[in-house]
Design a protein around this ligand. Structure first.
Ligand code: PBG
Length: 325
């Protein structure tokens, strides 16, 4: 009879092989989506200073980047367009030759069979005031007038070959509205990703650089208040009722509670978006030698999967997929 603990959880941690076998969560390239920026009017990729390693692509340079993503087995790419000209209603978003629709056509023809081509469905990159919708006479974002713009945008994107539309504008009723517009136009197979629980977050800072955002002020009248967990779940359930094929929580790391709630309650896949600020923080700390870059990247994405995300949108998707080979 020896003394000591009867139960020894450390047994499952004794060797790398044992730890691998006991791992509850794994990363796989197919569970990653790469967000990408395509800018109108450039012929060389342009670096984004607040997101070292991420570029604004030209319509030409995006081809090689998506081919690489497809070869590495990444699940999809989410495209964002940066137009040369912006106006009050975001005309470039519904122009079939607008930068995002043009990029979707190119990417769909390059890799549309190998991965899921996705487009951001929101007006903020295309409006001169930088808001996600159109404004009313008093300068507030007009929910229902914006839905009409989203409907047209959806038809333009679906017609350009986008297979999954990312509704990131946080307008009430946007999923139902876009679903109805797509179905009426015959795009019954175009899927919808509802950015259901999208919070008004400081962690989008570097993204605003990435898309040359012209936003004055903030998005607190439409994006969720970071204080609210229950309301995040409410938005998730509403998007599912409205017909979202997939729902998303965004940002990821500061909202893992919301993600876990969504994952427990949802009957459709739940994704999470590891946003620009999450990327920039780790890159900056690593550049200073303060954290181990590769381990921090892997741990951050693994945590998001562990909390309940089926798929993670991350700017490290290509790099991670390569290291997972
Ligand atoms: C809106 C949109 C934003 C992001 C994705 N879609 C910006 C915002 O809401 O201000 C942020 C993504 C990131 O920070 O990486 N079209």
């Amino acid at each position: 009879m020896t003394s000591g603990p009867l139960i020894r959880p450390r047994r499952l941690r004794t060797s790398p092989a044992m730890r691998l076998l006991a791992a509850e969560t794994r990363l796989h390239a197919a569970d990653l989506v790469l967000p990408m920026f395509i800018r109108e009017g450039i012929d060389q990729p342009a670096p984004i200073s607040s997101m070292p390693g991420v570029v604004q692509h030209s319509l030409e340079s995006v081809r090689a980047a998506v081919t690489e993503a497809a070869e590495l087995g990444i699940g999809g790419v989410m495209l964002f367009g940066i137009p040369m000209v912006k106006d009050a209603v975001g005309s470039g978003a519904t122009d079939e030759n607008g930068i995002l629709n043009a990029a979707a056509r190119i990417v769909a023809s390059e890799v549309g069979d190998a991965l899921v081509v996705q487009t951001d469905l929101c007006l903020d990159e295309f409006t001169d005031h930088g808001h996600c919708g159109v404004l009313d006479a008093r300068g507030s974002v007009d929910n229902d007038a914006t839905l009409l713009r989203y409907n047209d945008m959806a038809i333009a994107q679906a017609g350009s070959g986008s297979q999954l539309l990312g509704l990131s504008g946080m307008m009430d009723g946007q999923v139902a509205s876009v679903r109805d517009a797509l179905d009426s136009a015959g795009f019954t197979n175009t899927a919808l990703l509802g950015y259901a629980a999208k919070y008004a977050s400081a962690f989008y800072g570097p993204f605003r650089d990435a898309v040359d955002s012209s936003l004055q002020g903030d998005r607190r009248t439409y994006q969720l208040d970071p204080a609210n967990r229950r309301e995040g779940l409410r938005e998730i359930m509403l998007d599912i009722e409205e017909g979202a094929d997939i729902v998303m929580v965004k940002p990821a790391m500061s909202y893992l509670d919301v993600l876990a709630d969504a994952s427990a309650a949802s009957e459709v896949p739940v994704w999470a978006y590891q946003v620009s600020g999450e990327y920039a923080m780790i890159e900056a700390a690593a550049a200073n030698g303060w954290i181990d870059r590769e381990r921090a990247i892997e741990e951050s994405v693994l945590s998001i999967r562990r909390a309940g995300a089926d798929v993670v949108l991350t700017y490290w998707a290509t790099e991670l997929a390569r290291s997972l080979r």
